[in-house]
Structures are given as C-alpha cells and as structure tokens.
Design a protein around this ligand. Structure first.
Ligand code: S3P
Length: 446
C-alpha cells in the first residue's frame, strides 16, 4: 500500500544537530479552527494554520458546505461563516484523503444537519473503523449507509436531532469531538463521559467560540463534558501553537545525535498532549521548557533539547492518550536507549493510519533491534549502541512511521530507507528541509 507515485527517502548517520526552528502548526487545533470558524458568525482569523494535506482536506470540505475560506498575503487564514444553519449539502463527495480527524469530526458536524453527505478517503482511511462514531451519531438520529462501518459512506443527517448522553467505550478525542459537534445541532444538552482524559481542544475551543461547555467530575472520577445545543458561535482570532506531535521528531533526533542542541519554538505543552516529554525526561532526556506562556488559551513553551544518554523504562497505559501519536518515535528513542522499554496498553495503535504496533515492531526488527509484542504492549530491547539499519522499511501510507524511521537512520550504523515519504506532507510539510537545516542527512532515494 503506497501512493500513486511513491517517494522513497534515505536517512544517514549524521553529526550533531544544531539550530532554532518553529515546527508546523498543531494539526488538531488547525482542523478545529476551520470547522468552528466555518459554523460561527463572522470572520475567524487563523495564524499559524498547519497547511498539511489533512487540514487542507478539512478546508475543502467546509468550503464545499458553504464557508468562505481564504489565505491572505501574510499567511493568515480568514474563515467566513454564517452560522451552523447556513451549512449546506456539499455538491460532491468529501474526500478526506488520509485524515481520520477530518472524517470523524465532520461526520459529527453533519450528523445533525438534515442533508446527505458522502465521505471517502484513501486506501489507509478506508480501512479504519468508523463504527465508533456511527454508533453514537445514529443514536442522535443520523442514518449511515456504509459497508462494514468503513468508508466510503453516506451520512443522512437527522431530521429531528436528539441530544445524547454517552460514555466513551474507547479513549478517543475524535469520538468525543464528533459527539460534541453533533450536539451543537440538538435542542438541549449533549454529554460525553470520558474515563481516560484525552486532548481537550474541542471543549476549550467551543467555549472560546461562545458555546456553553461544562466539564465536571463524576463520583467515579470520570470527566463529564456537556455542551448546550443551538449556540450562536462568534468568530474568533486564533493563533495555532506548534504541534507537539510534529516537534517530537526533531526533538528525538536531537536527543539521539551526540553533541546536539536544538531549540523548538512555541510548542504546545497542553498536559493532555505532553506525555512524550515527561516519558523522555524519565528516560534521562534533557528537555528544558523556556519562556512558558499562554497563546490563545493554550500553554506553549520554547523547548531547549540537548543530546542525552537514555535509559529504558516502563511506560504505563494510562499515559497513552496524552502521547497516542508519539509511540512510533518513542520506540525509536527506546531502540537507541540502554535497557528495556515496555510501552503498555497500545491497542489503539492498531487502528491509526496503519497498524503502528505491527509496523514499528517489524521495521525495528529489520533494523537489528530486538522487539517483542506481548498482547497490546510493545517491548523494545535497547543496547545503547546504534541499531544496524541498512534496510528499506515499509511505511503503509503512514506519515509518523515514515518520519520515525528517518529519525532512526540518523543514528543507525547503516542508512535507513523508507519506501514512501510522500505521506509526511499530511502533517509535516517541509519535514526533510527542516531536519536537514539542523544538520540531518535525509535525501530522496531511487
Ligand atoms: C486527534 C485524536 C487522536 C489522534 C489524532 C488526532 C484529534 O485520535 O491520534 O492524530 O485531533 O482529535 P483518536 O481520537 O482516534 O485517538
């Protein structure tokens, strides 16, 4: 499984990395800025929008449903909406490409609009489970025409939307967000109960746009998140922080390449996203948060990262939602660390852009690293020595698998090649240039 024209890349052992960079904008916040801007009244401005393919898919979808979205000469995006009721059925199919976030959140948004929307995606997205949103959104009155709960599928939005109270069966910010967005179209209060906290950008941003969102703890300690339907959302000015999930790649590269010192500017450090940084510090990483501040309601900091000798540790399952997208690159760090790292409770990794549990284990083993999978746990046996490398790794249309192995190649004895780097553009356009500017050696390969 790869793109129509695969772009193989090779990464080779390099010296110390040095420099000062601003990683691209946060993907989750960028999607939500466009969606909420598109259903608010007035013109929302967005600075630092991630212009990756996934977010551009969300832009195209909102345009197809009536929002007027433009980018000005200064790179600021302007999203003009006329309220939720102004959304209309798109003319054609909404092509969600590789983006699970676009697909699931937009299904929520249209589930309580009384029109039909057809969704499709690429070969990776077509494999991913949509039942997790189909089930609650059906209870709110939407009807779905799909084979086996996968895309392509059609959503027929509810004629008489019903507010819902729903306990999440999986720790998923996408499912939570889909239900909250659907709740906007209902009379009354829609409530999501989440036992394991996941990223809270939807709650925070909905509140910022003027919706009434209440978050309480129930007696069992779970978060109970309620949104009151039919709000009048008002346009906002948004500054998108740098994405901690993207910053993770140059950050781990700097930790692994001896002598490195890299500064990463304006990185989001929301505690529900920052699990990786805590885990790496516990492994011995030198990561300093400089100039911590609040930007547009999100905590951000400049990160000063210095090469560090890492030791293996046990990573408990309850931290997984706060670093769910970072396990591939953590596994690379673990492969170069001294000792065993056991990452527990990674079942959700099997349903990401690829089966990340299987792909990381296979790729690392090919590179000469001892790896075991035990149930939902990934166990990496690091020796502190550079992995052998010298192989081509399959990336299965997964941007984070691709970038993770490019980081490994910077440290391995022989170069590491990936079969296709084109999907990196879904979340981190300019990845190769930014890494090479720091001193990495990542090149197109035949
Ligand atoms: C996201 C939630 C996570 C994450 C994805 C972005 C979001 O997915 O993996 O990259 O923006 O809500 P799940 O909700 O499926 O864990």
């Amino acid at each position: 499984m790869s793109s129509a024209t695969p772009h193989p890349l090779t990464s080779s052992r390099c010296g110390a990395l040095a420099g000062d960079i601003a990683p691209p904008g946060d993907k989750s916040i960028s999607h939500r800025s466009i969606m909420l801007g598109g259903i608010a009244h007035g013109v929302t401005t967005v600075r630092g929008l991630l212009e990756g393919e996934d977010v551009l898919g969300t832009v195209a979808a909102l345009r197809a449903m009536g929002a007027d979205i433009r980018k000005d000469d200064d790179g600021v995006w302007h999203v003009a909406g006329a309220g939720l009721d102004a959304l209309h059925a798109p003319d054609g199919v909404l092509d969600m490409g590789n983006s699970g976030t676009s697909a699931r959140l937009l299904m929520g948004l249209v589930a309580t609009r009384h029109f039909a929307t057809r969704f499709d995606g690429d070969a990776s997205l077509r494999k991913r489970p949509m039942g997790r949103v189909i089930e609650p959104l059906s209870r709110m009155g939407a009807r779905f025409d799909s084979v086996d709960g996968r895309m392509p599928l059609t959503v027929l939005g509810a004629a008489h939307p019903q507010a819902l109270t729903y306990e999440l069966p999986v720790a998923s910010a996408q499912v939570k967000s889909a239900i909250l967005l659907a709740g906007l179209g209902c009379d009354g209060v829609t409530t999501v109960i989440e036992k394991t906290p996941t990223r809270d950008h939807s709650e925070n941003m909905l509140r910022g746009f003027g919706a009434q969102v209440v978050v309480e703890k129930n007696t069992g300690g779970a978060d109970v998140i309620s949104v009151t339907g039919k709000p009048r959302l008002a346009a906002q000015d948004i500054t998108v922080p740098a994405d901690p999930s993207s910053a993770a790649f140059p950050l781990v590269a700097a930790l692994l390449c001896p002598g490195s010192r890299v500064v990463l500017r304006g990185v989001g450090v929301n505690p529900r996203r920052a699990g990786l940084f805590a885990v790496l510090r516990a492994m011995g990483a030198s990561i300093v948060y400089d100039n911590p501040r609040d930007e547009g309601g999100e905590p951000v900091a400049d990160m000063i990262v210095s090469a560090s000798a890492l030791s293996g540790i046990d990573v408990p399952p309850d931290i997984a939602p706060s670093m769910i997208d970072e396990y591939p690159v953590l596994a690379v760090a673990a492969a170069c660390a001294q000792g065993v790292t056991r990452m527990r409770g990674l079942g959700e990794l099997r349903v990401k852009e690829s089966d990340r549990l299987a792909l990381m284990a296979e790729g690392l083993a090919q590179c000469g690293v001892r790896v075991d999978i035990d149930g939902d746990d990934l166990i990496v046996h690091g020796t502190g020595a550079p992995p052998a490398g010298g192989v081509t790794v399959a990336t299965a249309m997964d941007h984070r698998i691709a970038m993770s192995f490019m980081v490994l190649g910077l440290r391995s004895a022989q170069p590491v090649r990936i079969d296709d780097g084109s999907f990196i553009a879904t979340s981190f356009p300019g990845f190769t240039g930014m890494m090479n500017k720091l001193g990495a050696k990542i090149e197109a390969s035949s």
